[in-house]
Each structure stands twice: as structure tokens, then as C-alpha cells.
Design a protein around this ligand. Structure first.
Ligand code: KIV
Length: 273
């Protein structure tokens, strides 16, 4: 058995919330059961079935085309095998902004049909009523502030948010509104390091950063980004822990060569009568 074969107790909401101030939280995205099995062998705390699904797995150039049915399908692929990390699923574009009732119904489907343990919504005080209703219905909610990709057109592109005094205080107020509404954690995406530190210190719930510096209570990365699937994708905040894209291309070229020069399959790959 490899040294990377951990199996511990399943992470609970309580484990996540009480980590604040004592240890950092690690979060990765996942969209399928093959990677979910591998993540289960690591100490990663939380898995997010993000709507980055649209960019990473579905070939879209943004997340707004991802539907609730897409999210349920991929969340179920992960939840069927994932045993240890706490599993969160993104509520996709316009599955929660029409009304509190719509938000409750969408969240319930992600839990009941997808097997999610919690849901994530993008936005601040304008969604706090829905966050409160979902939380009171017994479904834990993670917030998401800063660069919120579902609003990419309104934000004018994928750029750093929360710069300037007014934007800073708006974000701090939004974070506090989400906490008051019952959110158990908040993702802070692409905001200045100092602002992320300030938000983190003013909340009693953990912040999970991506492009928000080291002052957050945890960090999240898109799995395929940290594994180095795409050589050409190198944003400043990303660290690549492997070069899986290059390894995959090299392996496929080797397979192609061996099929064509007839060195694969060799005799040991065949069956006797
Ligand atoms: O969809 C996603 O993957 C996300 C993370 C980057 C936080 O929202």
C-alpha cells in the first residue's frame, strides 16, 4: 500500500467550523468519481463540486451555462464514492436568485439527489435571506465573495475585487451579513491579501481563499489547475503541484507509438487457450 493511503473519520461540519484559529483547512474541487477516490486517500478537509465544472469539464468559457441538473449529476458522481472529506456543491447560475423558495428547492435537490452535505452560493447581503432560509432548513451554507464568476459580465471580467475603501467596507459588511445569516464558511476569491486578512479576523467562521493570500483560514484550488492539466493556464495565485497534462500527453504518444510499431501488446498481455 502506498504511503498516501489515509482513511480517517469522516469530516463533519463541526470539524470545519472549530478549525478556525487552530489549523488551516484544505479544499479542492472535484467533479467525478475517479478523482474522488484519489482525494479520499488524502487528508484534504473539504471537496467542492464547483460550477467551475463548466470551464474544466464541459468546455464552456464561463460558469453561467452550468445548470442545476449538471451540478446534481456531477455531485452524485462524487458523493457515490467520497467518504471522508466534507462535500459541498455549488448552486449554479440563477438557481437561487429568483426567490427564497427557488433557493430552498435548488439546495434540497443538491442534497437529496446529488448527495451534497452543504451548498455554496455567490453573493453578499442581497442573498442573506436565502442563506438564512437554507440554513434554517438544515442545509449548511458556504458563502462566496470577491470575484464571483457567475457575475463575470457585471464585474467586467476576471479581475481582482475589493480594491479601494468603499469596496473594502462593502465586502466586510457582506461577509458579516452572510455570517449573521448562518453561513458556516466563506470563500474569498481574488481579493487583496490585506483585505482577506481583515475579513478573516472580523469573522468567527472560517474564510477559504483563492487568490486572497495566506491570511485566510483555508485555501481552495481547482483540482485540475493544481495538478497542472493546462500548461497555458498560469494565473499569479496558482501553484502547480504536478504536471499531469504533460505526463498524459507523453503516455498517449508512447501508447500510439507502441501500437503502431507493434511492441504493444507483448506476449505477456495476451491469454493462453
Ligand atoms: O467553482 C469553483 O470551482 C469555485 C472555487 C474556485 C471556489 O467556486
Amino acid at each position: 500500500m502506498s504511503k498516501y493511503h489515509l482513511r480517517g473519520e469522516a469530516k463533519t461540519l463541526h470539524d470545519i467550523v472549530e478549525a478556525k484559529g487552530s489549523r488551516k483547512l484544505s479544499v479542492v474541487t472535484c467533479y467525478d468519481s475517479a478523482f474522488a477516490r484519489l482525494i479520499d486517500r488524502t487528508p484534504i478537509d473539504m471537496v467542492l463540486v464547483g460550477d467551475s465544472l463548466g470551464n474544466v469539464m464541459m468546455g464552456y468559457d464561463d460558469t453561467v451555462k452550468v445548470t442545476l441538473d449538471d451540478m446534481i449529476h456531477h455531485t452524485a458522481c462524487v458523493s457515490r464514492v467520497l467518504q471522508r472529506p466534507f462535500l459541498i456543491s455549488d448552486m449554479p447560475f440563477f438557481s437561487y436568485k429568483v426567490s427564497t423558495t427557488q433557493a430552498l428547492e435548488s439546495a434540497a435537490r443538491l442534497v437529496q439527489e446529488g448527495g451534497a452535505q452543504a451548498v455554496k452560493l455567490e453573493g453578499g447581503r442581497e442573498i442573506s435571506e436565502s442563506v438564512q432560509a437554507i440554513t434554517e432548513a438544515g442545509i449548511p451554507v458556504m458563502g462566496h465573495l470577491g470575484l464571483t464568476p457567475q457575475s463575470v459580465h457585471a464585474l467586467g471580467g476576471y479581475k481582482v475585487q475589493g480594491r479601494g475603501k468603499q469596496a473594502e467596507s462593502r465586502m466586510i459588511e457582506d461577509a458579516k451579513a452572510l455570517e449573521r445569516a448562518g453561513a458556516f464558511a466563506i470563500v474569498l476569491e481574488l481579493i487583496p491579501t490585506e483585505l482577506a486578512e481583515k475579513v478573516s479576523s472580523e469573522l468567527t467562521i472560517p474564510t477559504i481563499g483563492i487568490g486572497a493570500g495566506p491570511g485566510c483560514d483555508g485555501q481552495v484550488l481547482v483540482l485540475q489547475d493544481l495538478l497542472g492539466f493546462d500548461d497555458s493556464f498560469c494565473p499569479k495565485f496558482l501553484k502547480k503541484y504536478a504536471q499531469i497534462g504533460e505526463m498524459t500527453v507523453a503516455a498517449l504518444c508512447e501508447f500510439d507509438k507502441e501500437v503502431k510499431d507493434k511492441s504493444f501488446p507483448a506476449s505477456e498481455h495476451g491469454f493462453s487457450e
